[in-house]
Design a protein around this ligand. Structure first.
Ligand SMILES: Nc1ncnc2c1ncn2[C@@H]1O[C@H](COP(=O)(O)OP(=O)(O)OP(=O)(O)O)[C@@H](O)[C@H]1O
Length: 353
């Protein structure tokens, strides 16, 4: 009967195409000797190398067969597959079918922050309100669903891509006491989103269903401006507690706000109230108060539409500067932070947050 040592020694004489021999390169595996039958495996480092090693396999078989006492020889060539890829998360997919609106496990309330037109401060209000609610002791989540112009990563000061260890669950980020997620963080910076409606809806569904939000008293959703697919999906696919509409006192902004209110009405989402942004301007030097976009327009509109008026946020340079540096003004002190504190108190008092 051939010995293992004799077989191994014989295999030293078989060279590999890229240098060394079968033993020195450590490709010999599972050598078994049963009677006069010898079996072993040659393991190539990769499939490409395995293809080039067929002559080597034949040579190995031949040298072993030539040994005294060897009857049959069986040599199998295998290769390490490429390393398994870590699961990768794909954002933006066709929406999955879903029966009716769903609750998000662990999330008590969903507040949608909407506006009729862009630039009225909807994202600013969303992030500051989230921070103010967190400061008041609520467990708050913030979802930036403004897929076309996500601005929350900048405003909240976090811009790293959230982890997804299993390629399914997305681990949200944390900033200023708020659990936070933005679709912008799943896209490369500057990457224009050219998704059509169904892809948008799928992406939003993923944000709602796959993010590990944990236990939240309230999830604030910063919607894109206007009345489109994202609004529709949010209200149809999840139990939205209600909508907060942001407007400036300008007539045009108010007209658009009315459209947003109409849309939420059609979707049977309750309007929890109107918020006036950029209401008064208090000069930081002399304390003079100016009403740049008019004043009281939003409150009057709320009365006309019979929806609550929730409060006003002054126009202040600090708001924009804070938004640009990633620490919302509501995280600090001062006139504007105080306005947000009152707004948060109002929502908590009314059971809305
Ligand atoms: N009260 C305020 N005082 C001063 N600047 C403000 C105030 N509110 C918002 N801004 C500034 O106005 C700009 C627009 O605000 P924001 O991005 O929040 O608007 P938006 O309604 O979310 O717009 P879009 O939906 O188009 O992104 C930002 O530069 C922001 O810093």
């Amino acid at each position: 009967m051939p010995t293992r040592d004799a077989i191994t020694e014989a295999l030293r004489s078989v060279a590999l195409p890229d240098g060394g021999n079968l033993v020195s390169r450590d490709v010999l595996r599972a050598l078994t000797v049963e009677g006069d039958a010898v079996r072993f495996v040659l393991e190539a480092p990769d499939p490409e190398m395995a293809r080039r090693m067929e002559p080597v396999r034949e040579a190995a078989e031949a040298v072993v067969r030539a040994l005294p006492g060897v009857g049959s020889v069986s040599v199998v060539l295998t290769a390490h597959g490429p390393a398994p890829k870590p699961p990768s998360l794909k954002i933006g997919q066709h929406p999955q079918s879903q029966a009716g609106p769903q609750k998000i496990a662990g999330v008590d309330r969903i507040l949608a922050v909407g506006s009729g037109k862009g630039g009225v401060g909807k994202s600013t209000i969303s992030s500051n309100l989230a921070v103010a609610l967190a400061r008041a002791g609520r467990r708050v989540g913030l979802l930036d669903a403004d897929i076309y112009g996500p601005s929350q990563p900048r405003m909240m000061g976090v811009a790293k891509r959230p982890a997804s260890p299993d390629g399914k669950t997305i681990i949200p980020l944390e900033a200023h006491g708020v659990t936070f997620m933005s679709i912008g963080l799943m896209l490369k910076e500057g990457e224009a989103v050219v998704w059509r409606g169904p892809m948008l809806m799928g992406a939003l569904q993923q944000m709602l269903g796959q993010v590990a939000w944990g236990e939240l008293d309230v999830l604030i959703v910063d919607l894109p401006p206007g009345t489109g697919d994202v609004q529709l999906t949010l209200c149809q696919k999840s139990h939205v507690t209600g909508a907060l509409i942001v407007s400036t006192p300008q007539d045009v902004a108010l007209l658009d706000a009315r459209r947003a209110i109409d849309m939420f009405g059609k979707l049977k989402t309750p309007i929890l109230g109107l918020i006036e942004n950029m209401s008064t301007y208090v000069c930081p030097n002399c304390g003079h108060e100016a009403h740049i976009f008019g004043h009281g327009g939003v409150s009057a509109e709320a009365a006309r539409l019979n929806v609550p008026f929730l409060g006003e946020i002054p126009l202040s340079l600090d708001v924009r500067l804070a938004g640009d540096t990633g620490t919302p003004v509501a995280a600090g002190d001062g006139l504007v932070a105080e306005a947000y504190r009152r707004l948060a108190e109002r929502l908590i008092g009314g059971g809305m947050a």
